[in-house]
Ligand binder design. Structure first.
Ligand SMILES: [Zn+2]
Ligand SMILES: [Zn+2]
Ligand SMILES: [Zn+2]
Length: 517
């Protein structure tokens, strides 16, 4: 049993699109195909002027105003975002911090749980807190793992299992299943999942109960009504596949989601960004129309629709962007001679995803958002700025707690819990994993000798980013983090940072470069 505390290190996204590698098994072939099929997005040329305005980096003044407002509204004291000469903007200490101090807790703008992690952890789709109960978390995981393995005992099990039959099934399973050495009778897993079976001491780890989606889909759950409502208003009303979905076609939406799950779940995050902008645009427009009714003479905007779209887009305009296919790191298994083909294939994949999204939620007044150029820049922004989303598992805490009980008590409890721990196997402690964009954290610049790092403490049980000082930081000093593994050698570090579009000139790089010359 692993005895690590329930704390997890978070770092910037590992930036290779792993699930794309299999499509490049025959790169020569891929190159020929891609050259033949260079995709053209008609919206790119039709709305080129508006697209340029959307993608124009904000001025220093706009940056300053936006982040001053954001920091005040979120009450993040102790830091400032300021325009800086080298990299556009940076985060600066407004107070003295000691090593280990919390520098920033940043609420995400958009986040997603990785598709592959959804079997392991049931979390709130808005704040990413674990929900349900210890029993539900364990039962659901064992049940879904069973479904993922068609030959295993869950399909074979009958429903009238007496103890004897359970015992028999248990033995059959343990000899035939390749996944787990120890599998439990179906009934046992199901009663755990439906919370009919209580595990000893689990009430020491209470979780908020799971709230269903107000739109009626069975794909997302929440920790509270307020999270459900906030997600609905932010973007889920357009991305819901339930009865009350505001999308154009639930069928098209399901196709888009399926494509993202099969290729790269960053598309789900990009869809959230597009939906959020559309919904905000509609709200601004409704407010504007109301205002105009009251006062028909005043007309602030010439082309008011686009001015309102620009306003709705503002939070996204603040993130540093490059096109996804230009900035994504070349996976290790792709030869540099196939780089062009690889990048073209990524572009094509983004176009496929965009076309599916368009069929599901297109809004003519927001047309420029559906250009490949804008879609590519949104995904590129996530690629370059996102942090891994990590929330430690209460199931891990539960088993660690039992392991720590006084010997006599532990023996008694362990007899009941051991079969579940064995059935879960080494994965019992898997945390919630995903990727998220944090508006303030994403302004932090890189250094190979950073002053802070993303690190979740025991008390950090939701998806917010926590940035901790890793040495004393004085008032006025820049707060930096490392985008890469800073233990690497100079050359390797610079190669990785080249994908971010810069050459590092931090004190450590400067010193190490001077040594070479
Ligand atoms: Zn929540
Ligand atoms: Zn829904
Ligand atoms: Zn450096």
């Amino acid at each position: 049993m692993r005895q690590e505390a329930g704390r997890v290190d978070t770092r910037l996204n590992s930036r290779s699109p792993h699930n794309l590698q299999s499509s490049l098994e025959n790169p020569k072939n891929a190159l020929e195909k891609s050259l033949l099929m260079e995709v053209v997005c008609p919206i790119d040329s039709q709305f080129s002027q508006q697209i340029c305005l959307l993608l124009e980096p904000p001025s220093s003044l706009q940056v300053q105003e936006h982040f001053d407002g954001l920091i005040t509204s979120k009450q993040c004291c102790g830091i400032q975002v300021k325009p800086s000469n080298d990299y556009g903007k940076g985060v600066y200490a407004d107070l003295d911090f000691e090593e280990g101090d919390l520098v920033l807790k940043d609420q995400m703008l958009f986040g997603v749980q990785h598709s592959s992690n959804k079997i392991d952890c049931l979390v709130c789709s808005f704040c990413f807190r674990f929900i349900g109960s210890i029993e539900l978390q364990i039962g659901r995981k064992l049940y879904l793992q069973g479904l993922g393995n068609p030959k295993d005992c869950f399909d074979l099990a009958s429903s009238d299992g007496s103890d004897k039959e359970d015992q028999l099934e248990f033995q059959q399973c343990s000899s035939t299943s390749s996944r787990n050495k120890f599998q439990l009778p179906t009934e046992c897993v199901e009663s755990l999942m439906h919370e009919k079976l209580a595990l000893p001491r689990s009430m020491k780890f209470p979780l908020p109960s799971a709230i269903i989606c107000p739109g009626g889909c069975k794909e997302v759950y929440y920790c509270s009504k307020s999270c459900a409502q906030a997600d609905w208003d932010l973007c889920h009303s357009l991305l819901c596949t339930g009865e009350d979905s505001k999308s154009l076609s639930k069928k098209a939406l399901s196709k888009f989601i399926e494509h993202a799950n099969e290729t790269n779940d960053i598309f789900l995050l990009a869809a959230k960004a597009v939906c959020c902008t559309i919904l905000k645009y509609r709200k601004l427009k409704a407010a504007y129309s109301k205002e105009k009714e009251k006062n028909p003479i005043s007309n602030g905007f010439g082309n008011h629709s686009f001015a309102l779209l620009l306003k709705a887009w503002k939070p996204l305009s603040m993130g540093y962007k490059r096109r996804w296919w230009d900035c994504v790191a070349l996976p290790d298994d792709v030869d540099t001679s196939d780089e062009t083909a690889f990048r073209m294939q990524i572009r094509q994949l983004a176009f496929e995803s965009l076309e599916l999204l368009k069929a599901a939620i297109f809004d003519e007044e927001c047309s420029p958002l559906f250009s490949l150029e804008v879609y590519g820049h949104i995904i590129g922004m996530f690629e370059l700025n996102n942090l891994d989303l990590v929330v430690a598992s209460p199931v891990e805490d539960y088993f660690l707690y039992i392991d720590d009980l006084p010997e006599a008590e532990k023996k008694e409890v362990d007899e009941i819990t051991r079969p579940f721990l064995n059935a879960l196997g080494e994965d019992y402690s898997v945390c919630c994993q995903g990727t998220a964009f944090f508006p303030i954290q994403s302004c932090m610049n890189h250094s190979c000798c950073p002053s802070a790092k993303a690190f979740k403490r025991d008390e950090d049980r939701d998806g917010q980013a926590t940035i901790i000082a890793c040495r004393p930081i004085r008032k006025g000093e820049e707060v930096t983090i490392s985008y890469i593994d800073e233990d690497l050698q100079l050359e390797e570090r610079q190669a990785l940072l080249a994908d971010y579009g810069f050459r590092c000139k931090c004190p450590r790089c400067t010193q190490e470069e001077a040594k070479i010359q």
